[in-house]
Design a protein around this ligand. Structure first.
Ligand code: NDP
Length: 238
């Protein structure tokens, strides 16, 4: 099925975001992609060719997100969907008092999503439709030791998405909640014991294309169908 939509994807420089771009480009979508590592965006755009634009984006900066959305609209004339995928996961026990990492998780995972919603919502209201896909996590449903702040940030993403859905019945809102996926996420964990544990968790993990397919499934539904949430976990077959 061809996807005749202009779709913005954040965190498109690696992992799930990059895989989503590949998946959606394969269905003919017009894509506008953002992240801080622009050399990766440029390489991905060049590789895929076609209707794909890129722009530097720091999701924690509202002005950067607005400029990203403006550039997408200037390129394609309209925005149909935003995939708020950028996220970070520097896990640690609360007792480590890694305040900077707590703040970074909320800045990127929560305020990044809010900045994205703020950048597109007035356009979606004006055009009477649109789709916000927020990548949360199974950590939006459970709390794990050393993951209190990360889980809190993803609980917030879940609540924000559900709130958006309730407030706008002409705008689709989707939560994507992956289990463990083998990506760069967590490579910045500074606690050595948790960094070791992550290696074990990744032994049974999904590849990013599994989540990309879930994102594509939500987006390709007709405008009258809002997929509220997709939870995807790996099995031992991985
Ligand atoms: P990656 O680390 O591979 O990708 C994270 C992406 O976020 C990168 O493209 C990075 O780009 C971007 N990013 C980080 N900070 C910023 C910022 N300030 N501004 C813009 N972009 C930023 O991890 P994943 O692909 O795994 O993560 C994608 C999403 O999936 C995250 O929200 C994560 O929480 C979620 N998730 C992942 C799971 C997993 O097991 N991997 C499980 C459940 C959920 P750059 O550094 O270039 O800016």
């Amino acid at each position: 099925m061809t996807i005749d939509q202009t779709i913005l994807v954040t965190g498109a420089s690696s992992g799930i975001g990059e895989a989503a771009v590949r998946e959606l480009a394969g269905r003919g979508a017009r894509l506008f992609i953002g992240a801080r590592r622009t050399e990766r965006l440029e390489a991905l755009s060049r590789e895929l060719g076609g209707e794909i634009g890129w722009h530097a984006l720091d999701v924690t900066d509202a002005a950067s997100f607005d400029a990203f959305a403006d550039a997408a609209e200037a390129r394609f004339g309209r925005i149909d969907a935003l995939v708020n995928n950028a996220g970070v996961m520097p896990l640690s026990p609360l007792a480590s008092l890694k305040r900077d990492e707590w703040k970074r998780m909320f800045d990127v995972n929560v305020h990044g999503v809010l900045n994205g919603i703020a950048a597109v919502l007035p356009r979606f209201v004006a055009q009477g439709g649109g789709h916000v896909v927020n990548v949360a996590s199974i950590a939006a449903h459970l709390v794990l030791p050393s993951a209190a702040v990360y889980c809190a940030s993803k609980f917030a993403v879940w609540a924000i998405t559900e709130g958006l859905r309730q407030e706008h019945d002409d705008i689709r809102a989707t939560i994507i909640s992956p289990g463990v996926v083998a990506t760069e996420l967590g490579n910045d964990i500074t606690d050595p014991a948790i960094a070791d544990a992550l290696v074990g968790w990744r032994r049974q993990s999904l590849t990013p294309d599994a989540i990309a397919r879930a994102i594509r499934f939500a987006i390709e539904q007709p405008a009258g169908v809002d997929v509220n949430e997709i939870v995807v976990r790996p099995t031992s077959a991985n």
